[in-house]
Design a protein around this ligand. Structure first.
Ligand SMILES: [Zn+2]
Length: 355
């Protein structure tokens, strides 16, 4: 981490501690203009399939409960769809929305009881393919291979399987184990065509004894689980494409089809009660573009979320909503400061301590 980045983080931490623990946050929570803080996660630890999830895709139940209870004191829990509608209507209190991406089984078994205990709400963005045909993205097969074989051996076997298409993998494997551990997933995600990559990862996964249907059952919600979330009245379901591919790596018409097919499948399987909001797969600026936002709107969604941190205001773009990614170490005072407008006050002075 650069010195400038470290300095910014320290300043952010000191400022938000002072903002929250001086009582200013509580004072600001009751005034100021309409604003919506959105949190983003994937799974909640402790479910039967949790061991199959990488650490950065899950948060501990105790940690999440602490966040839900703390933020509920400073703002009102809404779903993303409700939050966006309330922003547009000029609602003046801080709104806070939790969102979970992909549609993991623990969202029903671990998350729903927490939402009930803390009187909170959540938007769950569903990948349509695992829900409909119980197939998982290449990424979960890759995580499975990394756990069983180690990153370097998994990469070496995928490179062999790719034959003439493996130059980008061979290059990083040749750079040593550390470079491979840091960069192999990124190469697989961005630098290879989806079709040969998926075929190679699947072949290595099967050769190593992987069972895709079993992995899907272990990780993902089924249709009945998704219905239970919807019927709880605490969960909004949203779209997350059909197969969770990086949209910018696809041809325009294929990307559009991913968005439209994802929404159509959810409507068909779960009824017209889902599909207000959409989450771009991976959600960084380079993972989506203006034409994807237009396709999302044309498909009938009212909003779309990214994975860039910040606060959402009525003047913002509803198809580029900002979200804070949850981790087990993210301090709650940062989230309270954002929710109560503390960071936005600095942004208006030209200082962004968040991005
Ligand atoms: Zn996702």
């Amino acid at each position: 981490m650069s010195l400038r980045h470290r300095l910014k983080r320290t300043l952010r931490d000191l400022y938000s501690r002072a903002f929250v623990y001086s009582g200013l946050a509580l004072l600001m929570a009751r005034c100021g203009g309409p604003r919506l803080l959105i949190l983003a996660g994937h799974g909640v630890d402790g479910a039967a399939g949790s061991a199959s999830m990488p650490a950065d895709l899950k948060i501990s139940p105790a940690r999440l409960e602490g966040l839900l209870r703390a933020l509920g004191r400073y703002g009102e829990w809404v779903t993303v769809g409700e939050g966006v509608a309330r922003l547009d209507s000029g609602h003046s209190r801080g709104l806070v929305a939790l969102s979970m991406d992909d549609g993991y089984l623990d969202n029903r078994t671990q998350l729903l009881p927490l939402l009930e205990a803390c009187d909170a709400r959540c938007t769950v963005y569903l990948e349509a393919r695992p829900l409909e045909i119980r197939r998982v993205s290449w990424l979960h097969k890759w995580f499975w291979l990394e756990r069983r074989l180690g990153t370097v051996e998994a990469g070496r076997r995928c490179a062999l399987e790719l034959n003439g298409n493996s130059a980008v993998l061979n290059e990083i494997l040749a750079a040593g184990a550390d470079a491979a551990a840091r960069g192999l997933k990124r190469r697989l995600k961005y630098d290879l065509d989806a079709e040969p990559r998926d075929r190679a990862v699947h072949a290595v996964f099967e050769q190593a004894g992987g069972d895709e249907a079993a992995l899907c059952e272990e990780l993902y919600l089924c249709i009945q689980d998704a219905r239970e979330l919807l019927e709880s009245g605490r969960v909004e379901l949203g779209g997350h494409t059909w197969s969770h591919e990086v949209l910018t790596t696809l041809e325009s018409d294929v990307a559009r089809e991913e968005i439209v097919r994802g929404r159509g499948t959810l409507e068909e399987l779960l009824g017209a009660d889902c599909g207000e909001s959409f989450a771009y797969p991976f959600g960084r600026r380079w993972d989506q573009s203006a034409e994807h936002a237009q396709a999302v709107e044309a498909a009938g969604y009212q909003s779309a979320v990214t994975t860039h941190a910040g606060l959402n205001l009525p003047t913002g773009d509803s198809f580029q909503l900002k979200r804070w990614m949850l981790t087990d170490t993210l301090p709650v005072h940062l989230l309270v400061t954002e929710l109560c407008g503390g960071f936005d006050f600095l942004r208006r002075l030209g200082l962004d301590l968040v991005e």
